[in-house]
Design a protein around this ligand. Structure first.
Ligand code: GAR
Length: 202
């Protein structure tokens, strides 16, 4: 069976990228990472890719006039590498319809909260401050809203009374590393069907 070609977009440490790499290496994920793209130079995500012999590209937003021009360049690189599924792994930019139309229901994102609660940024802190008793993470397809696309998988973790942003983030991140490869595997095996807002796992 041919391997699904992934294009991973990251802006930071890339621990989710690492979880995907590890899953592929141990034969759990029938995929290959065709390219890792970062909007920031010198981030550890790029280093992780290089250490595993994966091609990397850096595309910096300051060299583009607007978000659409930036996304046009992303699409060019992803298509050049014959990417079939785009995986946002700590990619800290809002994507435009240029990218979404080029990969309809073929872009996944991981978010460190239980959507639709706490979309946006700094959501672990927001969950603590709100007094939520549980939080978690969500893998979803990307649409034009901010963290609004159809939900594929979620994992729940408790919020403890003595949690700080750091301790809760670490507990959530552990679950992210577990569920992101699972969601990608379901996609790779053709087991995800999107019906309106709902993702059915076949
Ligand atoms: C992860 O917690 C991910 O859910 C979050 O950034 C972190 C990246 O960590 N993504 C977002 O907040 C997207 N809005 P990583 O670089 O170690 O994978």
């Amino acid at each position: 069976m041919s391997k699904l070609r992934l294009g991973v977009l990251a802006s930071g440490s890339g621990s989710n990228l690492q979880a995907i790499i590890d899953s592929i290496k141990c034969g759990n994920l029938p995929c290959e990472i065709a390219v890792v793209i970062s909007d920031k130079p010198d981030v550890y995500a790029l280093k992780r890719a290089e250490l595993h012999g994966i091609k990397t590209e850096t595309v910096q937003s300051k060299t583009f006039q607007n978000r659409e021009a930036f996304d046009t360049e992303l699409v060019r690189i992803l298509k050049d590498h014959n990417v079939e599924l785009v995986v946002l792994a700590g990619f800290m930019r809002v994507v435009t319809r240029i990218l979404i139309n080029a990969f309809p229901m073929r872009i996944m994102n991981i978010h460190p909260a239980l959507l639709p609660s706490f979309p946006g940024l700094h959501v672990q802190k927001k969950a603590i401050e709100y007094g939520a008793k549980f939080s978690g993470c969500t893998v979803h397809f990307v649409d034009e809203g901010i963290d609004t696309g159809p939900i594929i998988i979620q994992a729940v973790v408790p919020v403890n009374d003595n949690d700080t942003e750091e301790t809760l983030s670490a507990r959530i991140l552990k679950e992210e590393h577990r569920i992101y490869p699972c969601a990608i595997k379901l996609f790779a095996k053709g087991r995800l069907e999107v019906r309106d807002r709902r993702v059915i796992v076949k």
